[in-house]
Design a protein around this ligand. Structure first.
Ligand code: HEC
Length: 122
């Protein structure tokens, strides 16, 4: 008897958890995937960069880097503005005006990875 009464609640809980994780997946779904190279490999640094981008940047710069509260980063803009990656890494580390500094929350490898992601994937 007890088990029967608990079942609907359990199902509801499962449905709720499933829809929450589905929403999470959707949020990251339109963040461009790292392209697969001709030999079938995927650059792990760019995969890390995408993860950092989803966690730390997409809310301001847009899922596709098209801009929002933050400026547009996509369509090769970063390579044109920062021909060398070092300058861009510096901006992400130090911040600029309304752009927060990330040197205390990300390590240098993560900053380089996310910079590469904005240059090579977005
Ligand atoms: C709280 C919102 C916010 C977050 C989070 C944020 N940014 Fe920004 N970002 C901005 C704003 C606003 C600017 C424009 C600053 C200015 O020039 O006035 C900007 C500028 C930039 C620039 C310089 C763009 C240019 O045209 O020169 C880069 C590069 C950048 N952000 C990368 C990132 C990366 C990478 C992340 C994640 C690690 C990130 N931002 C997270 C708001 C944000």
């Amino acid at each position: 008897m007890l088990r029967c009464r608990r079942l609907p609640r359990l199902l509801l809980l499962i449905a709720a958890v499933a829809s929450i994780s589905a929403a999470g997946a959707c949020a990251a779904d339109d963040v461009p995937e790292v392209p697969v190279a001709a030999d079938g490999s995927v650059d792990p640094v760019l995969v890390d960069g995408r993860r950092v981008y989803i966690d730390r940047c997409a809310n301001c710069h847009g899922n596709d880097g098209g801009g929002g509260r933050g400026t547009k980063l996509s369509d090769g803009l970063m390579i044109r503005r920062y021909p060398g990656i070092d300058e861009q890494v510096q901006v992400i580390a130090d911040g600029v005006r309304a752009m927060p500094a990330f040197d205390e929350v990300l390590d240098i490898a993560q900053i380089v990875a996310v910079a590469r992601y904005t240059r090579e994937v977005l």
